[in-house]
Structures are given as structure tokens and as C-alpha cells.
Design a protein around this ligand. Structure first.
Ligand SMILES: Nc1nc2c(ncn2[C@@H]2O[C@H](COP(=O)(O)OP(=O)(O)OP(=O)(O)O)[C@@H](O)[C@H]2O)c(=O)[nH]1
Ligand SMILES: [Mg+2]
Ligand SMILES: [Zn+2]
Length: 300
């Protein structure tokens, strides 16, 4: 018996790095699978490993957190790769990704890609946007020159000693960024269409790569939105600046829509809360209110 961490899942096999540094190919044992726990990359597990090629997972340790997309457990932070162009930038998509991570209790890091495609005036706009999100409380990596030594150093420092995932729209530049951080990886990069054609018959490999003294999962991006199942009244808790402001709302349980004396709306008026954040909040709030109570998470 040995303990370790699942580093890769592929076609029912789980590659486990034991604490003593052995990489063992395992499967989940039958009686264990009946308990309806699907092992995830990132899980701490106990394995039975007579040799390095045919081990069994006997137990999955409790998780701190887990994500559905990418399917990884015990994640310290998520790098949200967000293109300023190609695909077109949208605060709505960014705020939705931040929301998903806040709900999963995973710290987001915003990484703005393709900044070389901007005009000087647009550069200034995005530099301001980066500052605005820093004020909310997020770490934002923004450099006018992509993959500058300073930018790569910043990513190195972020990844060291942590389990990270990189997520974002297809074509956002996730794999390209990781290739710059660790050129040995030689991850596949390319046209947006290429990844859209990876149909559901293609095996989805999930793995934690050793990068910059940490571990990171790179997965193909998505091309549509995730939906959330959440009580609309809870939504404001997951917008950090709303949560901070809400202690000053006149009514307990203020949802910051129509209530008088709402501190969130006052800060939107004064420009201290981004109008776009509030607009995106309202859109999500309405969408959640219109959901049926037992609405289930769906993957489109
Ligand atoms: N101009 C410019 N192009 C970039 C930059 N980063 C990535 N690209 C290009 O954008 C395209 C998509 O990059 P990928 O790294 O494959 O994107 P991805 O996020 O891994 O995409 P999926 O794996 O499909 O989710 C490639 O053609 C890259 O060369 C950048 O900073 N500037
Ligand atoms: Mg990629
Ligand atoms: Zn309020």
C-alpha cells in the first residue's frame, strides 16, 4: 500500500505519483467504484501497487474542492486565460468564469492574452480594466508585450508549489502560454476550429503537468457558457466587492436590485463598482430567478 496523487487520467487508467516518487498506473477497484466516487486528477489516493504497471486505487481521500471543467480536484488556483481579442473580449464571460470559481472556492488569477493585438489606446483601456479587477481583489497578469520576461517570471512565481488549472475559451492562448513558461511541454496549439473538431469520441486526457515548480492542468477550452445552479439570492456573495459593500445595505438579505438604501447600487453610481460588473450581476440574477427550482447543471 502507498499514498500518492493522481497525475493523469486516461481511458479508465489513473497514473498515481506516490509520495516516495514512483509513478504507478492504476485502475479503480470494482468494489470501490460501486461507491460511486469517480477518482479525479489531483485526488490524494491510497493504492495497492505490486508493480508500476498494475496498481489499484483503494481509497480516495476527502477533497478540498473540485472542478467539473476541467475535472480536477484539490486545486489551489485557476488561471483564467482571457483573450483581449480573438475570441472577442467580454466582461460577461470573464465574470461568469470568476463566479464559477468563487462557487467552487478556488482562487482565480486573471491572465490577459493577445495584448499585442491592441492599439495603444486599447492597451490603456485594458490596463485600466486590469487595475479595476485588482481593486476587486483579483491577481491580474497584464503585460503589453505577451510572454515578456517579466510576465513569465510572474507566472513562474504564481505556479510554484501549487496545484493550478488553466481555463478559458478555446483559442484564448492557454497552451501557448504554458509552452512559453515551459518550452519542453510542446503542447498542441493552433486554430480555434481544430479544437472544436475534437469530437466527443476523442479520449479526453486530463493531466497535471510539472511546470515551474508546481503542477498545472491544461485542458481544451470551451466554446459555450456553463450554467449555474444557485439560489439567486446567494449570487451577491460571490461578487467580492458586492459582498464587502452589502454590510452597508439598509436591508439584510438585500439582493441589490430594487431595494432602497442599497450600498452596492450607491457604489455603482459613484463609479466605485464597475457598471459592467453590476450589469453582468443583473443578467445572472434574472437568469437564476427564471430557473426552475430543481434545475440541474447542464453541459452544452
Ligand atoms: N497574437 C497572439 N496570438 C496568440 C497569443 N497567444 C496565443 N496566440 C494564438 O492563438 C491561437 C490559439 O492558441 P492556443 O494556445 O492553442 O489556445 P488554447 O487556449 O490552448 O485553445 P484550446 O486548446 O482550443 O482551448 C494560436 O494560433 C496561438 O498562436 C498572443 O499572445 N498573441
Ligand atoms: Mg490548448
Ligand atoms: Zn444592496
Amino acid at each position: 500500500m502507498a499514498e500518492g496523487q493522481i497525475r493523469q487520467s486516461l481511458s479508465g487508467f489513473y497514473d498515481v505519483m506516490t509520495d516516495s516518487g514512483r509513478l504507478v498506473r492504476t485502475r479503480a477497484r470494482g468494489n470501490f467504484r460501486n461507491r460511486k466516487i469517480t477518482p479525479l486528477v489531483g485526488d490524494r489516493v491510497v493504492i495497492d501497487a505490486p508493480n508500476d504497471r498494475e496498481g489499484y486505487i483503494l481509497e480516495v481521500k476527502p477533497r478540498h474542492n473540485s472542478l467539473v471543467r476541467p475535472p480536477v480536484a484539490n486545486v489551489d488556483q485557476a488561471i483564467v486565460a482571457t483573450a483581449v481579442r480573438e475570441p472577442v473580449f467580454s466582461t460577461n464571460l470573464l465574470d461568469r468564469q470568476l463566479l464559477a470559481l468563487e462557487i467552487a472556492d478556488i482562487e482565480p488569477v486573471i491572465y490577459l492574452t493577445k495584448t499585442d493585438l491592441l492599439t495603444a489606446a486599447e492597451q490603456d483601456e485594458f490596463a485600466k480594466l486590469a487595475d479595476d479587477y485588482r481593486k476587486i481583489g483579483y491577481h491580474v497578469v497584464y503585460t503589453a508585450e505577451p510572454f515578456s520576461a517579466a510576465a513569465i517570471q510572474e507566472v513562474d512565481d504564481l505556479l510554484a508549489g501549487k496545484v493550478s488549472v488553466i481555463m478559458g475559451q478555446t483559442g484564448a492562448g492557454k497552451s501557448t502560454l504554458l509552452n512559453h513558461v515551459a518550452p519542453d511541454l510542446k503542447l498542441e496549439t493552433g486554430e480555434i476550429s481544430a479544437s472544436l473538431h475534437r469530437g466527443k469520441h476523442t479520449t479526453r486526457r486530463v493531466q497535471l503537468l510539472e511546470v515551474a515548480g508546481g503542477l498545472i492542468a491544461d485542458t481544451p477550452g470551451f466554446s459555450s457558457y456553463d450554467t449555474f445552479s444557485l439560489d439567486a439570492r446567494e449570487l451577491g456573495k460571490y461578487f467580492r466587492e458586492f459582498r464587502r459593500a452589502s454590510v452597508d445595505c439598509r436591508f439584510r438579505g438585500c439582493v441589490h436590485v430594487n431595494e432602497p438604501g442599497c450600498a452596492v447600487k450607491a457604489l455603482v453610481e459613484s463609479g466605485d463598482i464597475l457598471q459592467s460588473r453590476y450589469d453582468n450581476y443583473l443578467l445572472l440574477y434574472q437568469a437564476l430567478k427564471n430557473q426552475k427550482p430543481n434545475y440541474r447543471k447542464s453541459e452544452k
